[in-house]
Structure formats: structure tokens, C-alpha cells
Design a protein around this ligand. Sequence first.
Ligand code: G4P
Length: 547
Amino acid sequence: MSTDLPSQKVLDTEVDRRRTFAIISHPDAGKTTLTEKLLLYGGAIHLAGSVKGRRAARHAVSDWMELEKQRGISITSSVLQFEYLDSKVNLLDTPGHADFSEDTYRTLAAADSAVMLIDVAKGVEPQTEKLFKVCRMRKLPIFTFVNKCDRHGRSPLELMEELENLLKIQTFPVNWPIGEGKEFKGVYDRIREKVLIFDSDGSHGESVVDIDETSLDDPRLKSMLGQQKYENLLEELELLDMAGEPLDLEKVLNGELTPMFFGSAMTNFGVQPFLEHFIDMAPSPKKSHINIVDPTEQEFSAFVFKIQANMNSAHRDRLAFMRVTSGRYTRDMPAKLVRSNRQIKLAYPQGFMADSRTSLEEAYAGDILGLYDPGVFRIGDTISTGANIPSPDIPRFSPEHFAVVEIKDALKRKQLVKGLDQLSEEGTIQVFRQPTLGDMDAVVGAVGILQFEVLKFRLEHEYNVKVHLRTLGFQHARWVDGEGYDERAFERADYCKVLRDRDDLPIILFRNDWALHYCRGQYPKLQFLPNPPGTAGLAELHGSGWI
Ligand code: G4P
């Protein structure tokens, strides 16, 4: 047992006041804007400028890579921490580009709740839906922020219905918009039973907006809305009270009911009331579903959910992002890496500290550490100063896109092998070997196609190897388990491709659903698994699996 443990009282208070969440949304719904506005309310530890940097980097692969060149930005945008009143809020960044990567899903494994941001005119969009399903699977509490209410959009009742029918989640509007589009004036707070009128100061939401609090019978409301609209508002509110779901916090915590908020991030309308209710209702790490240990346990523990290498090209260093699960972290403290039973120093990288405004001297359950990785960490690793703790439930996905890596300059093979090795440890891609070809022509697999672009770019810029990725037309990857597997029999079929993973386990790529079903029928003694045998993972994301 280590010395210098925090007192139980300190732990209780610190853990209680933490809120760790991620925002999920379809590109363009306003995630960057909302993040910026949330930061207005708390002095963010990490540079708010990073958010601006990301804005320029949205969507386009080339832009994203441009951003990657400015290494500091990706570090600071991995987690934003700010204080609001008595709370300490950790906002986890999920990659903002249009394609999906496993990174996004892993990041959700480190969050206690999620904010689902939707555009009032567009409602639930495809990527919102996919991310929502990942949250649901993890039973994450979900809060919904309907954005862009300063523009004409769909009616709040219609959006509630969409959430209920499409996502199968009950809704409870915590606030209700007053007016819409250019006439969006404020919201009615159904919990506090107050009307909040926003006073725009013409600064386009760049500063904190004044809120005028009043009641529903304030005559100003009627003159602002006109008789008809005012009456409609009263009717809608009555309908909600009578026919709507009650606010059941237990359901919120189980992800069965989502509190809904209406606002406009750009004009900063509704952001503060949202933040306040969110902090009230969102779980602290104490009530989180992801707990692998009691977060108020005195010994320190954490798990690694993300590894990112070469963030600072001058140092070629690697950072391991860890979610603290119990105890207190202090700078450079020693702890045990549970997998290898080795003692390691949990060091903050120098450059990282110099970049941020405030140095993070200590951390508690719910906080995220970006620590120097001397090459010892793997995703899913646990670290502890006390007893060994179990591995967390980090989602693994079966890749759905495949390509052969062809090297342009054969003399660079060594760098290529090193690059593929390191990037697969980081989880950027999965690397497979063709059994008959040894180290030649590795096959890479990815969940999102953008991962290939990132791979090419990083191999070229960080390992100095130019590669061509020859796409393979296969849709499913399955690990093979069971008696009597004969690799050669499968090699002959053109509807599949035989490979080995980095632990030399056999894996087969199937061209389509038909091929997979056919082989299942032909080889009843074999199992075709979406993850390596014995690992708890998820089936594929986009295909016919669980989504
Ligand atoms: P993202 O990170 O989810 O991709 O979205 P982002 O915040 O970058 O917002 C996408 C676009 O939507 C931006 O416009 C942004 O200004 C706008 N936007 C965000 N919130 C609101 C809102 O509440 N109301 C309105 N009307 N617009 C909003 P853009 O033209 O693409 O970029 P910019 O030139 O404004 O930076």
C-alpha cells in the first residue's frame, strides 16, 4: 500500500463534484460551437484555442491532417477540463471528422454520460444514430441539446416523437422553446417553472448572455409572442404535463429517458441553463456504469483508453490517455502496470505541460490523464497502486475495410514494419499477415475508411515511408476457432482470404454475407468470430451485426 493516500473525505468530495462526458453529434450540428460556449462558463484548463483549431479542420481529410501537423492541438483537444460553480467538468473530445474510427468508440468508454447534439432542422442524422447506439449499449445517460433554435426548424413535439420512435428513448423536455427562428426569445424551464428570456447583446454569443427570469403570466410574454402564439405555448406546456413522461432520474441514469434542452449555441441562448441542469442530473463517477473499482477507493487506479504517438515531432513521444478510476493521481507518481506487474512512473510529458495554461497537479476518478508512454502501455491496460484491478470494457470492433500495403521503395521495409507495429498498438489500424508471404504485403483493416488516409499520411510523415493501399473487396473479418481448421482449404476459395493477426491467430476475410453464411453451413465445427477467441468484443458496427 502506498503512503500519502488522500483522506476519505477529500476523495468523496472530489469524486462527487466531477462530471465526465462526451458530445455526440453528426458533423455540422454545432459541436465545436457548443464546446466553445461551454468553455465560456468555466476557465478551461486546456487551451480553448484548440477548439478554434478544430473548427478549421472539420470534415475534410486534408484539413484534418493539416491540423495534425500542429501537434499541440490534438493533445489539448483530447480533453477539456473546466470548473463550473462547485463542479469540475471533463469534456472528452470525440474526433470531429466525418468518418468513424474506433477512437470515437473508445473515447465513449471513458465517459460517464453523453450529450447528444441535434440540429433543430435536421433532427437525428445517421452519425448521431450510430453513436447513440454505442451509448445505449454502454447504458450511458444521454442528454439531448436541440441546437440552432435561432433558425427555422422542426417543431419540438415532432423532434420528441422522432427520438422516441427512431431511437426508442423516452424524452423529457426540461425546457421548452419560446418562439422559434428569428423570434426565438427564450425557454420555459419546466423544473424550475420559470420563463427565461435571453437578452442578446449583439455579440453573437461571444460573451455570457443575460437571462431575464420571469413567470408564464408576465404580460411581456404575451406582447412578445402575440395572443395566438402565447396561447399555443400554454397549450403545449399543458399537454406535456398531462401526456408526457415524468422526469424519472433512475431512467435517465439507465439511458432509458433523455432530458431535452432547446437552445442555440451560436447565439449562446440556452447554454447556461443546459449546463446547470446537466451538472445537477448527470452522474458523478460514483454513479457511473463504467466503474471497475469503487471510485472513492483510496488507492489510485486508471485504465488506458487511447494511445497517440508522435504528437510532438521534435520528441517523437507517445501519450497514453487514461481515465482515473479511483484514488488520487499526483505528478510522476509510481504505480503498477497490472498486465506486466511492472512498477512504472506516471510522468507528464514536458511539452504537454508547457502548452497548457494550468498544470494538472492532481487528478481524481473521472479525470483524464495524458501521460508519457515509454512504449509500455496498451489500450485496455489498467494501472494501480493497490490491488490488481480488472480490465475495463473497451469496445473492440471487427474491421470492415481492408487493403494490402504496397511499399514504393523496397529499402524502406524496416521502417514500414516499425510504423505498422506502432500504429496498430495505438489502434490506428489493425495489421494482418498473409501466411504465405511472411512480412511482405501486410493487410490492414479498419472500421472507418478514413483510417486508411490517416495511416498513409502518418507512415509518410512519421516513418518516412510512402505506401500505396490496394483496397480489397471484402466485407467481414472473422477469427476462426474450433477443430479441424485447414487454412489451405480456405485459401483456394475466391470468396475469402486467409490471414493471421498479430498474435498469429487465424482470421478469414469474407467477401460478403453470403460467403460467411455459406462457410458456416459448410464447416459446422468451426466458429467464425468477430473478435479474437476469448475476448469480449463487439460485432461489426456497420454491417449486419448488432447495429
Ligand atoms: P460541428 O463541430 O458539429 O461540425 O459544427 P460547428 O460547431 O462547427 O458548426 C457548424 C456550423 O453551424 C457553423 O457554421 C456554425 O457557426 C453553425 N452553428 C452552430 N451552432 C449554431 C446555432 O446555434 N445557430 C446557427 N444558426 N448556426 C449554428 P459555418 O458557416 O459552417 O461555420 P462558421 O463560418 O460559422 O464558423
